[in-house]
Design a protein around this ligand. Sequence first.
Ligand SMILES: Nc1ncnc2c1ncn2[C@@H]1O[C@H](COP(=O)(O)OP(=O)(O)OP(=O)(O)O)[C@@H](O)[C@H]1O
Length: 312
Amino acid sequence: MTTVIETRGLTKRYRGGQLAVDRLDLAVPAGTVFGFLGPNGSGKTTTIRMLLGLIEPTAGSATLLGQRMPRAARAVLPEVGALIEGPALYGYLSGRDNLVRYDSADPTADPRTRRARVATALDRVGLTAAGSKKAKAYSLGMKQRLGLAAALLRPRRLLVLDEPTNGLDPQGMREIRTLVRELAADGTTVFLSSHLLDEIEQVCTHAAVMAQGRLITQGPVAELAAGTRGRLAVVTPDPADAARVLKELGLTGVVVAEDKVSADPPPPDADPADLNAALVRAGVRVRAFGVERASLEDAFVALTGEGFDVAG
Ligand SMILES: Nc1ncnc2c1ncn2[C@@H]1O[C@H](COP(=O)(O)OP(=O)(O)OP(=O)(O)O)[C@@H](O)[C@H]1O
């Protein structure tokens, strides 16, 4: 399997002294939708800037499509579509004319086929009907889609998207996610950063998890959570009693939601059968009892010992 992004010991310390990325070893296999997950401030944008050759690493190396960055930027970047920190658009131009501008800025783009390329890109992101509208009249979601269209004006082997759904409403988020899946189905490798765990679980085949500039884990999404115990869940007509007993048994994070009581994963030495027996002994009527499948969030908490929403 070839890797389209590879970093070794990649490190960035900003001038003020902030260590934003700390000895990162990342390997993104070709053909994946690769989620780059981490709370705000964990170093995702800094990493992406180094990958694209926009800033120099303090130490370590980054290769993109097999070539060293930033040295190979001129050769490699034409094959990489990027959307970082919202697209730069001319508000007074229509969406279509914004794309014409982008296309004209590409010296390798044939002007004779420009109109057709722009039309195809607009169509790809579902903006054909809104193509003549001024960009300043676009919603945030439409602006993101126009940015994606710009990244798709020529065939790309890799798309790098920094928080593509940030600030979008649920409908806008769904549209971008659907688009990402379609692009991946066409064979483009997509590397997308996000601070949303469920987004990564929904669209990504693989993920790397960052916290405070360091890589916590990476691999297929299905495997990341596999080594982690899930939450304990009890369905009962006596939820208040069940919650009390679970707390007395030393379980943490006890949450009651109607007839379901859940708790943080029990410690490895606690046999779920004993917990169930203790509930029944205390007179709690148990309808269902089990350990749920671990989510990526459970894995993150287990790996870092922290909640996911920590700021770096
Ligand atoms: N230009 C800069 N100069 C100094 N420090 C910076 C600079 N850019 C980012 N940082 C710091 O580096 C750390 C990592 O920031 P970065 O933007 O890479 O994280 P992130 O994971 O992309 O977060 P977010 O999702 O909030 O963008 C943060 O502590 C941030 O304050």
